[in-house]
Design a protein around this ligand. Structure first.
Ligand code: MG
Length: 248
């Protein structure tokens, strides 16, 4: 995990984060019935390049695309392709950028056309779970205070959090220590300190927390076929509290 040593270093990560945010907003605006996930991928590729960044996912452990696009019961790591979004779907879009040697990573889940109340609520709860996690990213707290805040909120809403995947430290590499589980008891793990940067990313299922990986070796899906949503931000701990780097 990076421990930011200067304002300049923080600003560099912020610039990477701003590109992620800009491109996610472009993708959000483009999502609609009939759109192919490959089209979203191409748009993200152009957006990242236009702002001087590099796509952090492309080629990462052999991942073949710029973004991850995961539809409905797909949780994360969906590979963009010829599949067209349909009215009533939800699609999770994950974007990672490298800029001047630093990384930023964020994800949103976007309703496609008119979605039912159940899908809408899942998306809202997952976004709020991320907010709850960010809110406890303060100096002096322990890492799993964040995990506990996310899990307890999600379960209080009747959903489950995915356990096989979670957040991570981020900095000069996209995935750094420590892993940031979205579940577990509070009060353990490293002490949170000013200058630490973590990517928080709750993945929330309507049904059980169990997931499996499809034959493409990437796409993670819920075992019970239930809907899943995913939100992520890259967040720095500062003397004034948590600072989201993947905002515009
Ligand atoms: Mg991530």
């Amino acid at each position: 995990m990076i421990l930011l040593k200067s304002v300049q270093e923080l600003e560099r990560m912020r610039r990477a984060g701003r590109i992620v945010a800009l491109c996610l907003e472009e993708l959000r605006a483009m999502v609609g019935p009939g759109v192919k996930t490959a089209d979203l991928d191409r748009r993200a590729e152009r957006c990242i390049a236009k702002h001087g960044g590099l796509p952090a996912f492309l080629g990462y452990r052999g991942f073949p695309a710029t973004i991850c696009a995961s539809i409905n019961s797909e949780v994360v790591h969906g590979i963009p392709g010829e599949r067209r979004l349909q009215d009533g779907d939800i699609v999770s879009l994950d974007v990672g950028v490298r800029l001047e040697g630093y990384h930023a990573d964020a994800a949103i889940t976007v309703p496609v056309g008119k979605v039912d109340a159940r899908a809408r609520r899942l998306v809202e709860v997952t976004q709020e779970a991320l907010n709850r996690g960010i809110a406890v990213m303060e100096q002096g707290r322990r890492l799993t205070d964040v995990s506990h805040a996310i899990q307890s909120y999600v379960e209080s809403m009747g959903y489950s959090v995915v356990r096989d995947y979670g957040g991570h430290g981020i900095g000069q590499s996209m995935h750094e220590d420590p892993p940031v589980p979205n579940f577990g008891p509070p009060g353990t793990g490293p002490l949170l300190k000013e200058g630490m940067v973590l990517a928080l990313e709750p993945m929330v299922n309507v049904g059980g927390w169990e997931v499996t990986v499809l034959d493409d070796q990437w796409t993670v899906v819920t075992v019970d076929g239930s809907l899943s949503a995913h939100f992520e931000h890259t967040v720095a701990i500062t003397g004034d509290g948590p600072l989201v780097l993947t905002h515009l």
